[in-house]
Design a protein around this ligand. Sequence first.
Ligand SMILES: *Cc1c(COP(=O)(O)O)cnc(C)c1O
Length: 422
Amino acid sequence: MTDTTSSRVSMPSHGTDWETLSAQMNEMATGDVKWREGKTAVYVFNAGEDVSRVQKEAYTRFMSENGLGPMAFPSLKRMEEEIIQMALSLLNAPDGADGSVTSGGTDSITMAIKTAREYARAKGRLKPGCQGNIVLPWSAHPAFDKAAEMMDLELRRIPVTDDFLADPKAMGEAVDDNTIMMVGSAPCFPYGLIDPIAEIGEVAAAHDVWVHVDACVGGFFAPFARMNGADLPAFDFSVAQVHSMSADLHKYGYCAKGASTVLFRSAELKEHMIFDTNDWPGGRMITPTLAGTRPGGAIAAAWAVMNYLGVDGYRDKQGLVVKTREKIEAGVTALGFVVIGKPQLGLIGYRHPDLDSFAIWGKLFERGWFTSIVSKPQGIHLMLSPKHAEVADTYLADVEWAMEQVRGANSPAEQQEIRYGG
Ligand SMILES: *Cc1c(COP(=O)(O)O)cnc(C)c1O
């Protein structure tokens, strides 16, 4: 059954020494974005060499250990519990709240939805045979669509307001007896704006519906921005109707990849997340999240970074990010761009009122900048890290250059599809 015409790589018959492989991998990486130089403002969070060292050493120390077995690894169990407690206190959760470490934001959101569905079934709200639905702003992350597809739920994406925020009233009108969850983001990814969570909470309370706050990108940012004096709206468990939150450690928590948190107002709510089965020959298996095997490295690195930075460390870093965002905001505004909405954290979308923003993005890409985009209105998107403080001036100079290039071009730029993933 050998296919001689195939260009498929087959496993080498003999092994290769690590030095050779390491050199090969470095060679492969030469085409990657130059994030270490601060030229990437999506996918990667660059908090500096020292944080990176803590991530790496903690990760490798526990990379073979498995969070699936808390009896075997009480170390990981303890680290997970402490991570969750730190997250819950930052997000104003009441006593008795609980949560789990997951592999990422998509995992956290999926588990929150699964939990809300089980809860709705247990309460008799979602009747057998009925399809549940989720009411969410148009700006919410596609992770909700993915989870809804897997669980055969209907998503009701409601247009955002002229300020690019969730529209609680319109969302309320979309709620019916089969609604298992209403969602707000803190902030949403595309605009970097915090939805009016308190107002969503009020509407949801009137309908007795579960509220999930997607704080994947803001959960470990907004609390520190507030401590630094930012006037943020209520976005966390301080809003009584908030049942669950997702907050990613591997974003502004500056932890190694593969770590997020899903949090619940009470341990009773979290009970609906737990999967527990004994109907197979391998012994009873209890797992809190989607994963079976859970990478010890990701949990250990998260615990280590949180304790390495502490509140002061996060305040410094998030303060630097906010300053950089303000600087870029002022810089692009002076160049004639318009900032989309009123960002308060580390993400910003901006667009040119007359020129093609995607063409400007393309010119910036030529100069080595890799960022995301906003599709409606069409704009350029930045998710800033502490490292960007060092390159903000260069970036602004390149934006000005890119703008002049696009202005001077006598034919419109070829439209290319700029993707967030894939
Ligand atoms: C990143 C992000 C997610 C998804 O998280 P992953 O870790 O990429 O799975 C969900 N919601 C928001 C607002 C995000 O920024």
